[in-house]
Design a protein around this ligand. Structure first.
Ligand code: HEM
Length: 471
């Protein structure tokens, strides 16, 4: 049940009765809600979603009720929270709840979603969801709830009433494994897959006409061996953090909030970033042992980002202006075969030396790539913008090792994530070229694939993931 959020809330613990006073001076009637009227604070809908998140005006799921509610006589002004100023409102510490620390946090709001051009963190948990409902209002309600939870978690706060502050009779709003951990630069980035617009020929949410032309299905590429169980998805969320537990906690809580409305289709854990958006930092290495991300777009290169990464008004779908298109590919790397390959051959295949990462014919890692000095089928020669009419993508992938495959080989590889303004002039032509000729192909295989339209960033307290599409 939706309820109006007061500017002041006081809670008399012995009666569990709250007195709420609205912020609006024209509406100063105190609203008294006992258990018999509104149920416990943690009441959940039939679908398991927290009641408090139903209304966009409800307290943001990131706001600890104890942080907002003064024990009898100690009412706290929460106008800022009611207005959505979560970070400002959440200042009270709670020893029981061992609140998380907001240090090392990436701003949640902005013209663009965080997690694309912002510095790449060490760890990844990526999830693709299938949307189960055909009910547009229910989906939008979930997107609002997710936004509030994401806003909170990225700032180091727990979801809803937290992990230990709720009533014992209800499952906690937050699963708890991130209590006491810093925000670890967590970013959460959402994307919408083709199935959200049309699925089984059905326009479930009345948005089929808004499907961007740039969200065109990826064609099959030579050598693909795609597993449908690791491909596709109606909605994705990319969680990146410098602590794997923080990334996993975030995805787990979003999945929990979405129970009944969405179901996890597949997910991927990643470690050891294989690309960087901060070229001054040491370039990370991939599982083949080579520096990866040397010639990536930097987060500070606003001109190149505008040209190659951010969708613009006028590109065809105005609701995507400021957003970006994400191609995700699970690429298995046959590392046992690679490890038996001579060093010189490995370097020929990549087109750079293994130690410094310098291209052949050059000395230092960041020297210009003298393309003609590289073998014709070298990966860097084939993927370089000068070999592709300027095609440029922003790579943001991670290594993965998902145990072994039962044949004594590591199930390992690169979870390739590429952001671009339009995949039809980004990933697709690039991959067509690589799939046809890349010397790396003997050592890799693409086994999962997905494509998503990542909307622009959330701006302002009433904004939510997907507002430009659904609002
Ligand atoms: C497991 C698969 C892959 C491995 C091991 C790999 C490895 C590398 C390495 C070591 C570099 C050189 C360092 C750098 O400039 O970043 C590189 C560059 C690059 N790769 Fe890959 N890569 C893989 C897949 C892909 C795919 C699927 C694409 C795109 C479809 C791609 C696009 C690029 C691009 C655009 C560059 C930069 C070229 C330049 O500007 O010089 N890579 N890759």
């Amino acid at each position: 049940m939706a309820r109006t959020v007061p500017a002041r809330v006081s809670w008399t613990p012995d009666t569990e009765e709250r007195t709420m006073t609205t912020a609006n001076p024209d509406d100063q009637d105190a609203v008294t809600r006992g258990d018999e009227e509104g149920g416990p604070d943690h009441a959940h809908d039939a679908d398991g979603t927290p009641e408090s998140a139903e209304s966009p005006e409800a307290p943001a799921p990131g706001v600890s009720r104890r942080a907002l509610i003064g024990w009898s006589g100690g009412a706290l002004a929460v106008g800022a929270a009611a207005a959505g100023g979560v970070a400002a409102a959440v200042t009270a510490s709670d020893e029981d709840a061992a609140p998380r620390v907001a240090a090392e946090s990436v701003p949640f709001e902005g013209a663009h979603q965080a997690g694309i051009a912002t510095p790449v963190q060490d760890r990844l948990h990526f999830v693709a969801f299938d949307v189960l409902t055909d009910d547009r209002a229910k989906l939008v309600r979930l997107l609002r709830q997710w936004t509030a939870a994401a806003r909170a978690m990225t700032q180091g706060q727990a979801v809803g009433t937290g992990a230990v502050d709720g009533i014992p009779e209800a499952p906690p709003d937050d699963t708890g494994e991130a209590l006491g951990l810093p925000a670890a630069n967590l970013t959460l980035t959402i994307g919408f897959g083709p199935g959200l617009f049309v699925k089984d020929d059905k326009d479930r949410f009345g948005i089929a006409a808004r499907r961007p032309v740039a969200l065109a299905d990826l064609p099959p590429f030579p050598g693909d061996n795609l597993d449908p169980a690791r491909s596709g998805g109606d909605i994705c969320v990319q969680a990146c953090a410098d602590d794997p537990q923080v990334a996993v906690h975030a995805i787990r809580n979003l999945a929990r909030i979405g129970f009944g409305t969405v179901a996890v289709r597949w997910s991927q854990l990643g470690f050891g970033k294989t690309s960087s958006t901060t070229p001054d930092a040491q370039t990370p290495r991939n599982l083949f042992g080579f520096k990866d991300g040397t010639r990536n777009i930097a987060g500070t290169e606003t001109d190149r980002l505008d040209r190659h990464v951010w969708a613009a008004a006028g590109d065809g779908s105005d609701w995507m202006a400021g957003g970006s298109y994400l191609v995700a590919r699970r690429i298995r790397m046959h590392i046992e075969t690679w490890d038996r390959t001579p060093l010189g051959e490995q370097e020929d295949i990549i087109g750079r030396n293994k130690g410094e990462g310098a291209p052949f014919g050059a000395v230092a890692e960041h020297d210009e790539v003298p393309l003609k000095a590289l073998k014709e089928d070298a990966h860097v020669r084939l993927s370089h913008p000068d070999s592709n009419d300027g095609v440029t993508i922003l790579r943001r992938g991670y290594s993965f090792v998902d145990g072994s495959d039962g044949l004594g080989r590591l199930d390992a590889g690169l979870f390739f994530l590429a952001y671009q303004r339009d995949p039809r002039s980004g990933f697709i032509p690039l991959q067509q070229r690589l799939a046809a000729r890349d010397a790396l192909n003997e050592y890799i295989q693409h086994v999962g694939s997905a494509l998503f339209a990542c909307p622009p960033g959330v701006q302002g307290p009433d904004d939510y993931w997907g507002r430009t599409l659904f609002g």
